[in-house]
Design a protein around this ligand. Structure first.
Ligand code: MN
Ligand code: MN
Length: 465
């Protein structure tokens, strides 16, 4: 047998390598430990508030302290600030404080879900239901006949906030938005997928036993309200000032005989949030100031006080900058933001809307997206060639396994992240994140290796010299 001829010119071509053919044994072990912790996080944090709660606990444990305007700051200080319980920034002041800008890793902690309406509880045909209004872009048919749990808060007029959680413990009841039986679905199945499940039919079953000591109407509704009142001390009107969501009552599980993947609810984008959080907790005395920014409302356009567009971010940066006598606009122009959001992994079951030559693959590492947007790059935030070069260099130096990660085929659809928002503040911004299968479904899929590489990537951002 003769060896195959191999021209030295081969070096000119990029040779993408499967992550498992290049990752070291020790890194594989580190990845395993990392992903076990991630599974605990993703089951704990099924809402943005819970992601903030987790982040505060982890931050306090790692020596971060809450920051308020005017607090003295010096290099090496570790601080955090919470925005209305739904967004958080964790900051490590660098050796050069903010004179050289801030290296930011930004992710969002809201995920698609089924919110309760403002007046959710009603009864029909002696079944009590919650009316819902879905949040974010979902295929509604994926959310019926799956176990759902209720999480969130109810704010009372006296100022107290009651935390609600039903369905996460094994002996808890769960809730279901039921679908029509197949036997009578002749008409339903002729409809297009967006109309198969009308949004106003997405009502969750919450009880069926009528109140025995009452002869009025809505006796099932009354009995259910009584149970809720006993559990949480609230009345029907309190639903008006609540943020209650139905989220999949399914916890993270390994997928496949080789356990290489994890299925869970809310990978988008709490997986990147976790990676950024872990990186800021682990970074050791950075040169530039490092910030992990976790924001809300990305799935509905990043608006509002807790979204990425909120001036809360600018105000926090301004407060920090003032301490060091640096105008915030000068800090921003020297800053860098890695918008850490999930990417669409190539799906062999549905190859058509992807470009095989321009799609990230599971197990090929952290996915970098130079730009996002849809059709002719509409709505895109496009990182400069120079910035992509800087990031390639940064990741290669840090031993991060990475790949380019455009979103599907041209004209197949599209999407965006918070990248455009930081970029508009004159902060050099690029997208990078973990490739995902079944994005926005109740049970999304990621590869463990890619998750670990995302963490390493964020650590490289924070540790940049
Ligand atoms: Mn996202
Ligand atoms: Mn999303």
């Amino acid at each position: 047998m003769t060896d195959k001829k191999k021209s030295p010119k081969r070096e000119l071509l990029e040779q993408p390598k499967h992550g498992y053919s290049i990752i070291s044994k020790s890194e594989l072990e580190a990845s395993h430990t990392f992903n076990e912790e991630y599974k605990q996080f993703i089951d704990f944090a099924k809402t943005e508030r819970e992601a903030v709660e987790y982040s505060i606990l982890a931050a306090e444990k790692a020596g971060f302290r809450p920051y308020t305007r005017g607090d003295a700051l010096k290099p090496g200080d570790k601080i955090y600030q919470v925005n209305r319980g739904k967004a958080i920034a964790l900051v490590v002041i660098g050796k050069h404080d903010v004179h050289d800008g801030i290296n930011i890793s930004g992710a969002h902690i809201d995920s698609p879900r089924i919110d309760l309406k403002m007046s959710p509880l009603y009864e029909d045909s002696e079944i009590a239901y919650f009316k819902t209004h879905y949040y974010g872009g979902i295929k509604k048919y994926q959310w019926v006949n799956i176990p759902l749990e209720l999480r969130g808060v109810v704010a009372l007029k006296d100022g107290t906030v009651v935390k609600v959680s039903v369905g996460s413990k094994t002996d808890d009841p769960i809730f279901i938005i039921n679908d029509l039986l197949i036997h009578l679905s002749q008409d339903q199945l002729k409809k297009g997928a967006t109309e198969v499940i009308p949004a106003e039919s997405m009502n969750a079953i919450v009880g069926t036993i009528p109140e025995p000591d009452d002869d009025g109407t809505d006796r099932v509704k009354l009995a259910v309200m009584d149970i809720i009142n006993e559990m949480y001390g609230i009345t029907e009107a309190d639903f008006h000032s609540a943020e209650l969501s139905l989220v999949p009552a399914m916890n993270a599980r390994d997928v496949g005989f080789d356990r290489s993947l994890i299925a869970a609810y809310g990978h988008d984008d709490r997986i990147c949030a976790f990676d950024s959080l872990k990186a800021i907790l682990d970074v050791k005395s950075p040169t530039k100031t490092a910030m992990c920014l976790l924001v809300d409302k990305e799935e509905v356009g990043s608006n509002g006080v807790s979204g990425a567009r909120s001036l809360w971010f600018d105000t926090l940066c301004e407060d920090i900058c003032e301490t060091f006598g640096v105008p915030v606009r000068e800090c921003f122009e020297k800053s860098f933001c890695l918008s850490n959001d999930v990417a669409a992994a190539f799906d062999p079951n549905y190859p058509q809307p992807f470009d095989r030559r321009n799609s990230p693959k599971l197990n090929y590492g952290l996915g970098i997206a130079k730009y996002t947007g849809s059709r002719g790059k509409s709505g895109a935030s496009d990182a400069s060639a120079e910035l992509v070069a800087r990031v390639r260099n940064m990741f290669d130096d840090a031993g991060v396994i990475w790949q380019m990660a455009p979103l599907g085929a041209v004209d197949a659809g599209g999407g965006g992240t918070i990248a455009g928002i930081t970029a508009c503040r004159n902060i050099d911004t690029i997208d990078a994140g973990v490739p995902l299968l079944s994005m926005h479904s109740p049970y999304e899929i990621i590869a463990k290796l890619d998750n670990y590489m995302s963490y390493k990537g964020m650590l490289a951002v924070f540790a940049e010299k």
